[in-house]
Write a protein that binds this ligand. Structure first.
Ligand code: FAD
Ligand code: AMP
Length: 477
């Protein structure tokens, strides 16, 4: 007889493992099924985020930024560094240790919360007395379990580029780009999205000559236009990355130790450029092909996303889907919050995620973070708004840090003063955005933030001044 659970979660990324822990906390018998294997061929929980996404990329971003600081910024503080050298092996080992600590940590959290963990790929194989039947194909003979409720959290995969084979040696996706054993002299990146600019930043700071080719005529199209413009200025100026927007890649030809990319620039002029390594980062697609969705009539849309309503419910009773496998931004925290909401819904509580206040962060230097609507979105929707802006160059803390590029911009409804969006480019934007998210969730006005005391000297004063700026009463500019 198949083992029966209240809840089966398919996928142990930040959506799935969090859903499983929350379901178990609520007293539901829970199994989490995950097929990920790491580079050593070992099962490794945590999905894309922990294994080849958020965590390793942030480790390398920090390491490479430290190298950049030691090379170019310490001198300003009167700190002379001589004999600076780079040990990529050690840097990569540090990254791997961080990843291992967190992935094994999830196994411990599963044990602590009494979540059963099964390694293998899960797929629907019909229904039985205990609910949905799911076959788990791991290293041995496939097993079948049954569950009353199913949470699909199978995440996403890199979007393949037609005609381009990723070997993760010369032509890489995020997996290869996070694992180079040496700094490529010439690095090409196709796609100037979040992953492209983060990976480009890491390897540029470590010494690579980086060229990013972006098909769209604009840079960071999802961000506020003013932020995107400042980011472009910073990345192509002080950082020294070459970014070509409106570039149409015609062919990618992989050789023994290099790769040749043929592309037309925005004027239509043809270029043929050789790179030592190429990173293809043209977006991600939902990973739902292995679910055998048709066997139970689970509805996927034309692009392969599991169709869900506002509460992550699919077309099948008691089947939910969360994270990168469904609509909405492909962000780890969005996946996790949907995982919590779904577990609470299954337990009879009221789970809900407000997609309008999901913070976005790009961990470049300067960092970029925003929540809510951009100025161009408000203009297009005909919403009247007031804007307040404060540059970090006028912040005492930013000056002390030596990180003065960028600004905070707050947008508030012209009639109600309710905050509609906050856009930050500058130091620790990833941390500063938290205040804006809380404010928006609480329906705060710019006046509310303007009247709250912010510590001095702190970067958060820039958020305060931007709020004051909405009412044209900023003090320090
Ligand atoms: P995933 O993390 O993709 O996990 C899905 C899991 O399900 C995987 O382990 C997969 O193997 C498994 N699986 C799939 N199908 C099956 C099946 N049939 N049976 C069993 N198991 C299955 N987001 C941020 O918020 N911040 C960041 O800084 C950030 N940085 C990133 C950097 C990079 C380089 C990349 C690639 C992504 C980054 N992301 C970041 C995005 C983030 O990683 C994803 O949004 C997040 O991992 C999605 O979580 P998930 O649980 O939906 O899916
Ligand atoms: P993201 O969705 O943030 O991962 O970003 C992916 C980026 O790749 C987006 O800016 C896309 O416009 C860009 N992109 C998609 N297809 C191509 C392509 N063929 N060539 C260059 N850039 C592309």
């Amino acid at each position: 007889m198949a083992k029966t659970y209240d809840v089966a979660v398919i996928g142990a990324g930040p959506g799935g493992y969090v859903a499983a822990i929350r379901a178990a906390q609520l007293g539901l018998s829970t199994v989490c099924i995950d097929g990920w294997k790491n580079a050593k061929g070992k099962p490794s929980l945590g999905g894309t985020c922990l294994n080849v996404g958020c965590i390793p990329s942030k480790a390398l971003l920090e390491s490479s930024e430290n190298y950049e600081r030691a090379q170019h910024k310490f001198a300003d503080h009167g700190i002379e560094v001589t004999g600076l050298s780079l040990d990529i092996g050690k840097m990569q080992a540090r990254k791997s240790k961080i990843v291992d600590t967190f992935t094994t940590g999830i196994s411990l959290l599963f044990k602590k919360n009494k979540v059963d963990s099964m390694h293998g790929m899960g797929r629907f194989v019909g229904t039985g007395d205990g609910g949905y039947r799911i076959e788990v194909a791991g290293d041995g003979t496939p097993e079948v379990i049954e569950a009353k409720h199913v949470v699909i959290a199978t995440g996403s995969l890199p979007r393949p580029m037609p005609g381009v084979t990723v070997d993760n040696k010369i032509v890489c996706d995020n997996i290869g780009a996070l694992s180079f054993g040496e700094v490529p002299k010439r690095l090409g990146v196709i796609g100037a999205g979040v992953i492209g600019v983060e990976m480009g930043s890491v390897w540029r700071r470590l010494g690579a000559d980086v060229t990013i080719l972006e098909a769209l005529p604009t840079f960071l199209a999802a961000a506020d236009e003013q932020v995107a413009k400042e980011a472009f200025r910073q990345f192509t100026g002080p950082l020294g990355v070459k970014i070509y927007t409106g570039a149409k890649v015609a062919s990618v030809t992989t050789g023994k130790s290099s790769v040749t990319v043929e592309y037309a620039d925005r004027e239509g002029v043809r270029h043929v450029t050789e790179f030592d390594r190429l990173v293809v980062a043209i977006g991600r697609v939902p990973n739902t092909a292995g679910l055998n969705a048709e066997s139970v009539g689970l509805k996927l849309d034309a692009r392969g996303y599991v169709e869900v309503d506002d509460h992550c419910a699919t077309n099948l009773p008691n089947v939910y889907a969360v994270g990168d496998a469904v609509r909405g931004p492909m962000l780890a925290h969005k996946s996790s919050e949907e995982g919590v909401a779904v577990a609470e819904t299954i337990a009879g509580q009221a789970g809900h995620v407000n997609l309008d206040t999901i913070p976005w962060v790009i961990y470049t230097a300067p960092e970029i973070a925003w929540v809510g609507r951009t100025e161009q979105e408000l203009k297009a929707a005909g919403v009247a708004y007031n804007a307040g802006q404060f540059p970090f160059i006028a912040s005492g803390r930013a000056r002390a840090l030596g990180e003065t590029a960028g600004f905070v911009k707050m947008l508030a409804d012209a009639t109600t003063d309710r905050i509609l969006g906050v856009h930050i480019i500058g130091p620790f934007a990833s941390e500063l955005i938290g205040e804006a998210v809380v404010a928006m969730e609480f329906g705060a006005t710019s006046e509310d933030i303007a009247r709250i005391v912010h510590a001095h000297p702190s970067l958060s004063e820039a958020v305060h001044e931007a709020a004051l700026g909405v009412g044209k009463r900023a003090i320090h500019i």
